[in-house]
Design a protein around this ligand. Structure first.
Ligand SMILES: Nc1ncnc2c1ncn2[C@@H]1O[C@H](COP(=O)(O)OP(=O)(O)OP(=O)(O)O)[C@@H](O)[C@H]1O
Ligand SMILES: [Mg+2]
Length: 244
């Protein structure tokens, strides 16, 4: 199953969530690939403290095959493809070049149970294409109004591109579970009213200082703070996604 993780608004926690979901799914025994699809400001490798020999930039430039850019994260038990270009070249990826990358990724995905695409912020053509290309789109939102309107914009484009597509909302940085559920309900109402259908809620992740601590140390939250509220929440979301 291929999941894309989007939010519209930047900085809401996509990369951290993608990394933690990858780790939780690997701990549940799945073969997992985390693909850094942020073509502008890739940073999965940075959050994990890894130094890849090849990244997506090398693949697009024809210096490496996608399979050569796969790096194993031993502690996490999952694989990653880093996306850093260093030059911003990837954000201007031609549609045909993007399709070639996606075809190679489709092939590579056969080796895995779960593939996660960490998408960039914004609503660029490539973000939109990859959102629709995945089997399931996970849209991260926080309670901030700007995040909610951006999450709605992502869901609206997805509904237009893929009318029967599978999109689900993840509320991140919620003050409490109840507050997170209210945030979801706001988005749900807007989608129901204006799009005629609403995405399901994949779950709520509470705001938790240990997330920042783990990122600062380039450590995995589930290893460093296994009982932290955000760790418990992501583990529950992962179990529900894998069971579906
Ligand atoms: N549940 C949470 N509790 C507390 N802080 C969080 C939580 N989730 C994310 N953060 C904070 O949000 C910051 C941004 O996270 P991250 O880099 O994963 O966001 P992003 O959406 O990938 O950003 P970008 O759009 O720039 O790619 C992190 O450094 C972390 O401090
Ligand atoms: Mg990110």
């Amino acid at each position: 199953m291929i999941f894309a993780i989007a939010s519209g608004k930047g900085g809401v926690g996509k990369t951290w969530f993608a990394v933690t979901l990858a780790h939780a799914a690997a701990r549940a025994g799945r073969r997992v690939l985390l693909f850094d699809a942020d073509l502008g400001l890739a940073n999965v490798d940075i959050q994990l403290g890894l130094t890849p020999d090849f990244d997506l930039g090398s693949v697009v430039a024809g210096r490496a095959l996608l399979a050569d850019a796969v790096l194993h994260h031993p502690e996490g038990g999952f694989d990653i493809v880093a996306g850093r270009s260093g030059s911003g070249v990837l954000s201007a990826l031609e549609p045909a070049a993007l399709e070639r990358v996606l075809a190679a990724l489709r092939h590579l995905a056969e080796r895995y149970d779960v593939v996660l695409l960490d998408l960039g912020a914004g609503l660029e053509r490539a973000v939109r294409r990859m959102s629709a290309w995945a089997d399931c789109l996970l849209v991260l939102a926080t309670e901030e109004p700007t995040s909610l309107t951006d999450a709605y914009a992502v869901l609206k484009l997805h509904a237009a591109d893929k009318p029967h597509g599978d999109a689900r909302v993840v509320v991140n940085q919620a003050a409490t579970r109840q507050a997170g559920e209210r945030t979801y309900a706001t988005l749900q109402r807007a989608c129901q009213t204006f799009l005629g259908r609403a995405p399901a809620c994949a779950g709520v992740i509470r705001r938790d200082d240990r997330v920042r601590d783990a990122i600062r140390r380039q450590a995995l939250l589930l290893t460093r703070h296994p009982n932290a509220p955000a760790a418990v929440d992501v583990t529950a979301i992962t179990a529900a996604l894998l069971a579906a």
